[in-house]
Design a protein around this ligand. Structure first.
Ligand code: ISE
Length: 334
């Protein structure tokens, strides 16, 4: 069965999703778009054939020709559209964050529980990055023993002006909060945040160092540098009882030129995680076709949100702060 997809939000991420669905995913067809700025939807429709432009997100969700929805609109609008998709019984791939508060995440989980089936996938694309997937599979094989430390580095080339110290955590480090749960398969118990001095590029955001402790005692460190200047750089090393494994640089080609030997560093996450975004879309469509949900669930979106907001409390208080999640409903057991 071909899955007809409607897209809400035609900004940078929405346009990327459209290009992926249009060209790279077997079994998917982008059929409808909508954006708060109608002109953006019109211009996307002018570039791709066969798209219906809807005036409102509600009309797009209600369109009987739309089987499933991608939400890539402004962050604070996500929850409302995800809830509307659940009410309509339509699968939805929602860009992170799932919602703008823990309460709104809980409301989505409750709506899905009432519906009785998983419909929501959160766009934490790193779960589909071949490097992280290999690390997870290797850890599960048991060949390296139990995990002890996960060291993460997350550097953006230059953060946009709206990024503050809070958003360095809630918008950037939240990826490590999700992918660490994915790798380690357990929840966090506590978080501590240490701020480094601000770079001369911006006084409004400090680079942050986040230390997370899992329930089993694995320590996860995350350096988040919003203005690293040299490029977009994501690193990860998982140290286990019998060895360690690290993400390899992407792309994995060594360049030698003018006295240097090394690899090109990506500009941003859209190129660094291009494969992950494509594989995420393929997996989402396959999950709809087979009825076997995959990727980050609404529960994972809730857990990432609680972890990020607790980290913001820890940033303010400068204290090690406990993380409290509700009991995970059986719907979300793997
Ligand atoms: C951005 O919103 C993302 O989601 C990227 O993956 C992340 O690397 C970046 O720091 C965020 O601002």
């Amino acid at each position: 069965m071909t899955v007809n997809v409607g897209l809400i939000g035609c900004g940078i991420m929405g346009t990327d999703h459209a290009a992926i669905l249009n060209r790279m995913v077997a079994g998917a067809r982008l059929v409808a778009v909508q954006d708060a700025f109608a002109q953006r939807a019109e211009s996307l429709a002018a570039r791709l054939t066969g798209l219906h432009v809807h005036a409102t997100p509600e009309a797009l969700i209600a369109d009987p020709n739309v089987h499933a929805v991608v939400v890539a609109s402004a962050d604070d609008s996500h929850a409302g559209y995800v809830l509307a998709c659940i009410r309509a019984g339509k699968p939805v791939l929602c860009e992170k964050p799932l919602a703008a508060s823990n309460d709104a995440c809980r409301e989505i989980v409750a709506a899905e529980l009432a519906y009785g089936k998983r419909l929501v996938q959160v766009g934490f694309m790193r779960r589909f990055d071949p490097g992280y997937v290999t690390m997870r599979d290797t850890l599960r094989s048991g060949s390296l023993g139990k995990p002890i430390f996960l060291h993460c580095v997350h550097r953006n080339k230059i953060a946009p002006d709206y990024i503050t110290s809070d958003l360095v955590i809630a918008n950037s480090a939240v990826h490590e909060m999700d992918v660490a749960r994915f790798l380690l398969d357990e929840e966090f118990a506590a978080v501590t945040v240490i701020s480094a001095r601000a770079s001369r590029l911006s006084s409004q955001r400090q680079p942050q160092f986040v230390v997370l402790e899992t329930v089993a005692g694995v320590v996860v460190t995350v350096e988040i540098s919003p203005d690293a200047q040299y490029g977009y750089d994501v690193q990860g090393e998982l140290v286990c009882e019998d060895g360690s494994m690290s993400l390899a640089p992407v792309p994995n080609v060594t360049l030698r030129k003018a006295g240097h030997s090394g690899f090109v560093v990506e500009e941003d996450w859209r190129t660094r995680f291009a494969d992950a975004y494509r594989l995420q879309a393929c997996a989402w469509i396959e999950a709809i076709q087979t009825g076997r949900p995959t990727g980050s669930s609404a529960w994972d979106g809730y857990a990432a949100s609680v972890t990020a907001y607790t980290a913001l409390d820890a940033l303010k208080s400068r204290q090690r702060t406990s993380i409290h999640l509700e009991a995970r409903p059986a719907l979300y057991d793997q």
